[in-house]
Design a protein around this ligand. Structure first.
Ligand code: GRF
Length: 203
């Protein structure tokens, strides 16, 4: 299966997926990495690994609709089976999310449905949460609300600040995002109404 990965910055999740895809027998390949920011650090990593890169700069477009139309054109040029949002920090229009329904994943650094939106680790700490985590989910029009593919839990430890907690969650991100992509690429994800499960009950 062909993947297009969208990033806005560091791209460490994209890196984890690129590395996983290089493994023998992996059922997916990264066709392209697209950023909405020309200075995204992840672009250099992708280029260095021989992956096509593109920039669709949101600042060069007058509206969300115009940006999303250009982004869709760029994505579709690589004919992906799956679009992977990896630290992609733009709100997407309903037309865009509908176009990639059931073939676009996102990773969100909380245990959804808790803490949608930004500053998840700060908010988890403010609430006194004893665990935190990360969710991979399909993207729908409503931000951070689509069907959940995989989640991982990490402990909140005494003395944690947002940075320490984010680092612990990020380790889990790098484990479950490639695994989720693999499940999709293997055709192992089965829909039951609006819910998705692994066909063998692994999730
Ligand atoms: C990750 O924590 C991801 O969950 C969130 O933004 C961060 C992106 O990190 N949406 P990276 O660009 O993948 O390193």
């Amino acid at each position: 299966k062909r993947l297009v990965i969208l990033i806005s910055g560091r791209g460490s999740n994209m890196e984890a997926i690129v590395k996983a895809c290089k493994a023998e027998g992996w059922p997916a390949e990264v066709a392209a990495v697209i950023s909405n920011r020309p200075d995204a650090a992840g672009l250099a990593f992708a280029a260095a690994h021989g992956i096509a890169t593109a920039v669709v700069d949101h600042k060069a477009h007058g509206s969300r609709e115009a940006f999303d139309a250009e982004l869709a054109r760029a994505i579709d040029g690589f004919a992906p089976d799956l679009v992977v949002l990896a630290g992609f920090m733009r709100i997407l229009t309903p037309g865009f999310t509908a176009r990639y329904a059931r073939r676009m994943l996102n990773i969100h650094p909380s245990l959804l449905p808790a803490f949608t939106g930004l500053h998840t680790h700060e908010r988890a700490l403010e609430m006194g949460c004893k665990v935190a985590g990360v969710t991979v989910h399909f993207v729908t029009a409503e931000l951070d609300h689509g069907a959940i593919v995989m989640q991982a839990v990490v402990p909140v430890l005494p003395g944690d600040d947002a940075k320490a907690l984010a680092a612990r969650v990020l380790t889990a991100e790098h484990r479950i995002y490639p695994q989720s992509v693999r499940w999709f690429a293997e055709g192992a994800l089965v829909w039951d109404g609006e819910v998705v499960r692994h066909r063998d009950g692994a999730a």
